[in-house]
Ligand binder design. Structure first.
Ligand code: FES
Ligand code: FES
Length: 154
């Protein structure tokens, strides 16, 4: 049994301790924003926030989640549906192409901006190791700069 929260909702699950969080989210909870890409902590498509830290959910295990606060792409907007600043910047910059990798990037960008409110392009490249096969990196950088500017005004 493991007890934690996902997107502010309490979760109490009887699952194997070594079941990856990505499968807990997708199979047990029906939360489909985090995607399976590589399964070995390389691509970032599965990233979620655990206690505010961006982690690859494919290599984070149920047994490590006791008492944790998990936030997925589905949990970033306000309860009334207002998008987070980062989500809105993604729309304003028309970042996604196929979209598969984007939840992981938005999670990674959200975590980056929480620790570094005004990252340079070099810092973005260094801190966000996610992979986008469509090559949306220039727009991702622009969206992060846009979000940083918006957050600095709040
Ligand atoms: S699926 Fe988790 S990092 Fe690629
Ligand atoms: S938008 Fe297609 S993989 Fe990134």
């Amino acid at each position: 049994m493991v007890t934690f929260t996902v997107n502010n909702a309490p979760v109490d699950l009887d699952v194997d301790q070594d079941k990856p969080l990505l499968w807990v989210l997708r199979e047990d909870l029906g939360i489909l924003g985090p995607k399976y890409g590589c399964g070995v902590a390389q691509c970032g498509a599965c990233r979620v926030l655990v206690n505010g830290v961006s982690v690859p959910s494919c290599v984070t295990f149920a047994g490590d989640l006791e008492g944790a606060e998990v936030v997925t792409i589905e949990g970033l907007a306000e309860p009334d549906g207002t998008l987070s600043v980062v989500q809105q910047a993604w729309i304003d910059e028309q970042v996604p192409q196929c979209g598969f990798c984007q939840p992981g990037f938005i999670i990674a960008a959200t975590a980056l901006l929480a620790s570094n409110p005004n990252p340079s392009d070099a810092e973005i490249d260094e801190e966000i190791s996610n992979i986008c096969r469509c090559g949306t990196y220039p727009r991702i950088r622009r969206a992060i700069h846009r979000a940083a500017a918006a957050l600095s005004e709040t």
